[in-house]
Design a protein around this ligand. Structure first.
Ligand code: FAD
Length: 502
């Protein structure tokens, strides 16, 4: 502990975002253009280095938070970066976009305000890059074994980096034209500038990981060939099946799944086109879904110059503090949160854009078959049924569905080729050590046994967070390494059956 009275003397002070009128005028990160250092060392001194550091348990990576807080407090950025990278492959990414379950589990959060762990993490990682402390770490020797990683989101990337560094020859196959999964085409640049991702991919290339973008395994590349050419396979294809809204008029033009919209915006930011194929410019926009994906649509619509934006949340507005049913240190309690996008909407349009306890019951068309209005209704708190007499039509020329994801795609050549089967929640079934549970054949043969196929990330866990995807990738890499070598020194931060404390 750097200062036993630090948390008493220094109040919590998160790094401020840029003023909202400035940040909605560009696509740079909301914190862009400022050094976190002057603030962060003082904030790290608030850490009490607790005997039982509950923050470790709040983070699925088991980040060694009190240890790097001490180094940050002493401005020893080299040691801080070493400790941070001991448990996390891409801390500059989680430092920017993680909802920080570690802060919910911080002991200071029991009676007051937690340490700004997320800011400290980002500052250490950024400083590590700026000072040249973060370098490629190619393996000292090769094992002669090869691994295919299918999917290049955070789970696939973390698994690939761990396995490459362990000496295996790793190839990452990605069906999109660029590497990164949702880090690339889902999460908007104002939360994560893509140069952060590109820099890590550069580091991984230097270490020896091979990347094959534009290859849909099962469609463009035969699954049998992938199995023949590799000793193990990590399936990290994400949970890409969006939930639908079976409301009257859903087929009208102008109604899109959130990912169609966010991908188009991210592609424009990447320079693929000058104008996105779906845009909110000058439109009245209604976003259906009150979660983080909806908030990302909101921030994007504001930057595109939407005429108005409303976000519809079927849940009632939550309390601003933990309920009795979610006592500390249970992480990420379901409290009312105001994201940067909500703040921006309030500043631009004068009110919180959210309608709580509300759902969309139907869509109305103009004469050309384009959506022109959304009919909303309040819902009964218990069964979420629309309450009669509460209907209200809102003008909307763009409607975005941000209702979550149902799991990975089933019934594809990939699933058939690897024998992947759904579990009871619709994700790919697997054992606690990430080994795929394959379809039981009528008459099992040696070839049909689940050999060397591991499932990591949202594909096995369901829609989750980047920090869980990284932990999954690291653990699946350890399981694959152990399968290939008979033992493994790689860390296993979680098992496939671990769940957040919530
Ligand atoms: P993904 O990132 O989904 O990557 C899977 C990849 O596999 C994709 O690139 C896909 O193209 C590829 N693929 C699929 N099938 C094949 C195939 N047959 N062959 C080759 N490639 C294939 N989490 C946070 O912690 N913070 C956030 O701020 C945050 N924001 C989010 C915003 C949005 C809009 C969304 C949708 C999610 C967000 N999340 C956030 C959640 C987080 O992005 C995911 O939990 C995480 O990306 C899952 O990682 P993954 O590697 O399992 O899958």
């Amino acid at each position: 502990m750097t200062d036993p009275f630090g948390f008493l003397r220094t109040p919590r002070h998160p790094v401020p975002a840029r003023p909202s009128p400035e940040r909605v005028g560009d696509w740079n990160e909301v914190y862009a253009g400022q050094s976190l250092l002057p603030l962060v060392a003082g904030q790290a001194r608030r850490c009490m280095d607790c005997g039982v550091p509950f923050c470790h348990g709040g983070c699925p990576l088991g980040n060694l938070i009190p240890e790097w807080n001490v180094y940050a407090a002493h401005e020893d950025w080299y040691s801080a970066s070493e400790r941070l990278h001991a448990t996390n492959n891409f801390p500059e990414i989680t430092g920017r976009i993680c909802p920080a379950p570690c802060e919910d589990a911080c002991v200071l959060a029991l009676t007051g305000e937690p340490v700004t762990i997320k800011n400290v993490e980002q500052a250490i990682a950024d400083e590590g890059w700026a000072r040249g402390h973060i370098e490629a770490r190619p393996p000292q020797r090769l094992t002669g074994r090869s691994v295919a990683v299918i999917g290049s989101g955070p789970a696939g990337l973390a698994a690939a980096q761990q396995l490459t560094r362990a000496g295996h020859s790793v190839t990452v196959f990605e069906r999109a034209d660029r590497i990164g999964g949702l880090l690339r085409y889902g999460i908007p640049a104002f939360k994560l500038e893509k140069r952060q991702l590109d820099r890590r991919i550069g580091q991984m290339r230097e270490e020896g990981t091979r990347f094959c973008p534009g290859v849909d395994v099962g469609a463009e590349l035969d699954v049998a060939a992938v199995r023949d050419e590799h000793d193990a396979i990590i399936v990290a294809v994400g949970a890409t099946q969006p939930r639908e809204l079976p409301a009257l008029g859903r087929e009208l033009t102008g109604i899109h799944q959130a990912m169609e919209y966010l991908e188009a915006a991210n592609r424009t930011d990447e320079g693929d086109c000058t104008r996105p194929s779906v845009t909110a410019e000058n439109r009245d926009v209604v976003i259906i879904g009150g979660g983080d994906t909806g908030a990302d649509c909101l921030g994007t619509a504001l930057r595109q110059g939407a005429a108005s934006v409303v976000q519809v949340d079927i849940n009632p507005m939550r309390s601003t503090c933990r309920s009795e049913g979610e006592p500390w240190p249970l992480v990420h309690p379901g409290i009312h949160r105001v994201s940067h996008a909500h703040e921006e909407a309030r500043d631009r349009h004068g009110a919180d854009p959210r309608r709580f306890g509300t759902t969309a019951v139907r869509f109305e068309a103009d004469t050309a078959g384009h959506v022109r209005a959304v009919c909303l209704a309040e819902v009964e708190p218990g069964n979420r049924a629309p309450r009669p007499g509460t209907e209200q039509a809102l003008p909307a020329q763009l409607v975005l569905l941000a209702l979550g994801f149902l799991g990975p795609q089933h019934g594809t050549r990939l699933t058939a080729g690897l024998g992947l089967v759904p579990d009871d929640r619709g994700n790919f079934a697997r054992t606690a050590d990430f080994m795929a549970r394959m379809a039981a054949p009528q008459e099992p043969t040696a070839e049909s046994l689940p050999k060397g196929v591991f499932v990591a990330g949202d594909a096995g866990r369901g829609q989750s967070l980047v920090v869980w995807a990284l932990a999954e990738g690291r653990s699946a890499a350890a399981a694959a390494d152990s399968y290939l070598m008979g033992f493994s020194d790689l860390p296993t931060p979680i098992t496939a059956t671990d769940r957040p404390l919530i």
